[in-house]
Design a protein around this ligand. Structure first.
Ligand SMILES: *Cc1c(COP(=O)(O)O)cnc(C)c1O
Length: 707
């Protein structure tokens, strides 16, 4: 998942960078030592652990290669050290360097005071990844915690052991080697591990509630304040980066920030990194400028004025550098360079609201996000829906469920399909809810699982695909008593809810009746069948009165019908969210009688202008669409697809579309000017239904999100 979808985290990166600036400039220094201590030695101490947690969250938890990130960090470190080399030389720091001192500087101290963060991030990331892959998540957490505890004694709690003969000797040896304990060995791993763990969800034993986390943050911050002040008055602190309360503060802070989703829009991560790296240089520049301008009192002596000047200066330089970079941006392929899918998130949100509105009292929307949310992009869609209050999601398989959890989705995630029982640990770890495909499967899962797994029981009421037969009430009842299954729901699937013919309506009503009589029978035996659900999109629209806890809406959520001619009692204002577009690569003039493409299957019947587009069946424009009369809109005019569709290319006859040039956009699904090609039309001309078109949109197509 792109880091930019976590707005809370991204915005706080900037705040954290300015907190680091505060540590180095003491904004309240002119106003009171204690106030300044509280700001810079207690509260601002969240900044660096926050950066470590974000690294753990996005790199270790996001399944990104630590190697790639380590390489990036090394380059940033080398560049930053080089940037400050002249200052080091000027200040005379270099003259005293011998080899052990040099090693200490490079490995732990970062060569310039604030740069210690970079070697700490590098060592911490490397070490934490090794711990997790070598010892497993739980043991790695314990080791990281132990390292942190050891580090505390060399940092804020130094006074506790300073006079203990053996111990202080050991620590003095550590200090000789690495200067401080707030480094990549003792400090960083715990926070990197916490970030990684949070990516897999909040711990089960803590309430998943914003109010709880806000109260936790306030409480732990107060305790950390008390801790910091006590340690200061005791005079125990050799350094003041590490507190006992800091991990608790960081958990609540990060968990709260995770709740603010959505796109940040700006490259705040890069901005905060630049502010972090550049601010010491800006401190020097502010001093120089103050001297030249005769503003020494305001810009240097006054601590707040100094802080403001350094912040503004750092922000301005960083923003200018980023703007210059954005102008150049040499290596990034534009999302709309070739062919792409455009997703209107506002339409998706409005459809979800409309479906929720159409659901009867007590029935909640379960957004079906299988097959990458019918091509719309599962992670982004899920986060967007979760933000507007959708609390349940369905996927087809275990891997899709893991993907959503890792993207930060917190609600119920139901796996609709089969998962081998050997995967029970994955199901449990990512708090997924597995569909028990029949009673034999439920028993096998119970047998295999070492600890309880969440399950919804699937009941076959006549479709004869997945599910235990509704007639086997005893077998189904037994599933509820299996010790390692936590059965939280029961569901069935309707197979002709898309038809309003008399026979099909009767069959659907029979399915619903079978399901609810089974549920009533279970209740009569004293079994709570949990959340009941029967309807997919069409079931919800055509049979809104079924008394269900969830409606599993897929295709309608995306604002399309499977087939234009489906039997539907209503269509509650749903609008298509997806468009498929490609750029024209070349426009060719051909006289009448010339053939185009493989097999010479198309021959111009008149002098023609043929546009070649870089999109093909590899992207989901079916090869058979040419014979079905499929079209694309160019300049507001419909143009037929001509000649055989290739894997990566196809041709449009744009003779009647006016002035068409390379680079112009063709719309295969969606609207351009007054013309619209619906997904239903595109599907019908390819001899299939919308669902197949959407689910087969190629991986190669970037998803571009609007609104
Ligand atoms: C795919 C699927 C759905 C969603 O179906 P739509 O018709 O797209 O709403 C619901 N339930 C099950 C079991 C499914 O497999």
């Amino acid at each position: 998942m792109n880091a930019r979808s976590y707005k809370g985290i991204e915005v706080f990166r900037v705040a954290a960078a300015f907190l680091v600036v505060a540590i180095h400039t003491s904004p309240l220094g002119s106003y009171g030592l204690t106030a300044n201590f509280i700001l810079t030695r207690v509260f601002a101490r969240v900044a660096v652990p926050f950066f470590f947690m974000a690294t753990g969250f996005f790199v270790l938890g996001g399944g990104r290669s630590a190697r790639g990130s380590l390489k990036k960090l090394l380059i940033i470190y080398a560049a930053s050290a080089a940037l400050y080399l002249p200052v080091n030389v000027y200040a005379g720091h270099l003259q005293s360097w011998d080899l052990p001192e040099l090693a200490r500087q490079v490995l732990f101290e970062g060569t310039f005071y604030h740069l210690w963060y970079l070697p700490a991030a590098i060592l911490g990331l490397w070490l934490t990844e090794k711990l997790i892959s070598g010892a497993g998540m739980r043991a790695a957490g314990l080791i990281a915690l132990a390292l942190y505890a050891l580090g505390l004694l060399g940092d804020s709690y130094w006074g506790l052991i300073e006079d203990v003969p053996g111990l202080s000797g050991v620590y003095n040896a550590i200090f000789a080697l690495m200067g401080y304990t707030r480094n990549g060995l003792f400090f960083a791993p715990l926070f990197m591990w916490m970030g990684c763990a949070l990516r897999q969800g909040r711990p089960r034993f803590l309430p998943d509630k914003a109010a709880f986390e806000a109260a936790g943050l306030a409480g732990s911050l107060l305790l950390m304040l008390a801790e910091g002040l006590t340690l200061m008055f005791l005079g125990w602190q050799r350094h003041d980066s590490m507190y006992i309360m800091l991990p608790a503060v960081m958990y609540f802070l990060f968990a709260l920030l995770l709740r603010a989703g959505g796109a940040a829009g700006l490259p705040l991560g890069a901005f905060s990194l630049l502010v972090y790296i550049l601010h010491p240089a800006v401190i020097l520049a502010v001093r120089a400028a103050a001297r030249i301008l005769g503003l020494w009192d305001i810009l240097v002596v006054n601590s707040l004025g100094h802080y403001a000047a350094v912040c503004l200066g750092s922000a301005a330089v960083s923003a200018l550098l980023l703007a210059a970079w954005a102008k150049v941006k040499p290596w990034r392929v534009s999302d709309t360079a070739r062919a792409w899918v455009e997703v209107d998130l506002d339409a998706l949100r409005r459809n979800a609201a409309a479906l929720q509105e159409a659901s009867p009292e007590g029935c909640r929307l379960m957004a079906v996000l299988k097959c990458d949310a019918y091509g719309h992009g599962a992670r982004r869609s899920a986060l967007e829906l979760e933000r507007m209050g959708v609390k349940a999601f369905a996927v087809a398989c275990c891997a899709e469920g893991v993907e959503l959890r890792r993207a930060g989705v917190r609600g119920l995630i139901l796996i609709l399909g089969y998962t081998p029982v050997s995967q029970w640990r994955v199901i449990r770890r990512y708090r997924l809810t597995q569909c028990a495909v029949d009673s034999a499967y439920a028993r096998a899962l119970n047998e295999a699982a070492g600890k309880p797994v969440d399950v919804h029981i699937k009941v076959d009421t006549g479709m004869h695909r997945l599910g235990e037969s509704w007639e086997h009430a005893d077998a189904i009842a037994e599933c509820f008593s299996l010790p390692r299954l936590r059965v939280t729901g029961m569901f069935t699937h309707l197979c002709v809810s898309d038809s309003l013919s008399e026979g099909d309506v009767a069959f659907t009503e029979l399915q619903i009746e079978r399901f609810f009589s089974l549920a009533a029978g279970l209740k009569a035996r004293g079994i709570d069948p949990g959340a009941l659900h029967t309807q997919a999109s069409y079931g919800l629209i055509n049979y809104p009165d079924a008394r269900c806890a969830y409606a599993r809406a897929g295709v309608a959520l995306y604002g399309v019908k499977s087939d234009e001619h489906d039997g539907l009692r209503s269509w509650p204002g749903l609008i298509p969210a997806l468009s498929l577009k490609a750029r024209i690569g070349l426009v060719r003039e051909l006289p009448a009688g010339e053939s185009v493409g493989y097999g010479r299957e198309f021959t111009t019947s008149r002098a023609s202008r043929i546009a070649v587009l870089p999109i093909g069946y590899g992207d989901g424009v079916f090869r058979c669409a040419m014979h079905g009369g499929a079209e694309a809109i160019v300049n507001g005019s419909r143009c037929p697809i001509v000649a055989r569709i290739c894997m990566d290319q196809l041709c449009l006859d744009v003779t009647d579309a006016g002035d068409v040039k390379p680079g112009d956009i063709a719309t295969f699904i969606g609207r351009d000017g007054g013309e619209t090609i619906s997904c239903e039309e595109f599907a019908a001309k390819s001899g299939t239904i919308s669902n197949e078109v959407l689910s087969r949109l190629g991986k190669r197509l970037p998803r571009v999100y609007k609104n």
